[in-house]
Write a protein that binds this ligand. Structure first.
Ligand code: DO4
Ligand code: MG
Length: 283
């Protein structure tokens, strides 16, 4: 089942049958058993597949309400190795090595909802950064009781030059306007997501792929409930929250994003999140 947030209301898709609901987004997604609620009888199709697809195409919004976006880091071996390399000179490399095997995961605040880009919206790279990458990440929607209810595609846009200069600069490397993208929908399965699920990313420059890669989420060192559990240890999220779960696809060190590039991240069953990369417009 998939839930799309549009400027014309919420659209729910189940087996290619669609219905709309005017329920408040935050109240709806925070229901105890979201799959059960959305699939319960008495929800007849209220919109044709053609009209639903048209609405989704023309007025899609990021699938977020008032929730904070958090992120986990160094959850895959490839991410650990890349961070160790980039922070060699600053002497920060051992922190990544340690956190990869530590009981406590790395969790950091990523974004408030108003900074989040949706599918086909622009993401930004910092003008004071020399080395920028997208990070394709399975992203969880966790309700206020700490239960994982849905999944979406996330892009944790990151400055590797700022992060590599000093690990204490992490918030500046990770949190700035339009550094987080989520979409296109919330995927709400009856059972937890399949570990065989693939994450695929392609970066296009001038219409041609310049980076492409695929990984399975089963390569993650930690479990999804473990990450959610740590996040909820000493924090309340009244309408739930989003948690990006870390990247495993890191382009080679000679790669940096440029304005005009297009990043497409696909996760099986969820869909594709595409964002054009630009500098933040001068105000
Ligand atoms: O500590 C650096 C950030 C790690 C991260 O964002 C990731 O592994 O995805
Ligand atoms: Mg990341």
């Amino acid at each position: 089942m998939r839930l799309y947030k549009t400027s014309g209301g919420i659209i729910v898709e189940m087996n290619n049958t669609f219905y709309t609901t005017n329920e408040d987004f935050d109240t709806l997604v925070n229901r105890d058993n979201l799959y059960g609620y959305l699939s319960s009888p008495g929800k007849p199709a209220t919109i044709t597949a053609e009209d639903a697809k048209q609405l989704i195409q023309s007025s899609l919004l990021p699938p977020i309400g008032t929730q904070e976006v958090w992120a986990a880091g160094v959850t895959y071996l490839r991410s650990r190795d890349a961070r160790m390399e980039e922070s060699k000179e600053s002497g920060g490399a051992t922190f990544y090595d340690k956190v990869y095997v530590a009981e406590r995961p790395e969790l950091f605040f990523k974004s408030l909802p108003h900074r989040v880009a949706g599918h086909e919206q622009e993401v930004y790279i910092r003008k004071d950064s020399k080395w920028d990458v997208p990070e394709p990440e399975l992203t969880l929607y966790i309700n206020s009781k700490g239960s994982i209810q849905a999944y979406t595609v996330g892009n944790d846009m990151s400055s590797r030059s700022i992060e590599g200069e000093n690990p204490l600069y992490l918030p500046q490397a990770k949190t700035y306007e339009r550094s987080a993208a989520l979409g296109p929908c919330l995927y709400i399965p009856e059972q937890p997501i399949n570990p065989d699920t693939n994450i695929h990313m392609v970066i296009n420059r001038n219409g041609k792929p310049i980076f492409e890669g695929t990984i399975k989420i089963s390569q993650m060192k930690r479990t999804l409930p473990e990450l959610a559990g740590f996040l909820f240890r000493e924090m309340d999220f009244p309408t739930g929250c989003f948690l990006m779960t870390g990247t495993c696809l890191v382009p080679d060190n000679d790669f940096t994003l440029q304005p005009g590039d297009s990043v497409s991240i696909s996760i099986d069953e969820i869909g594709t999140l595409t964002n054009k990369v630009v500098y933040r417009p001068v105000k």
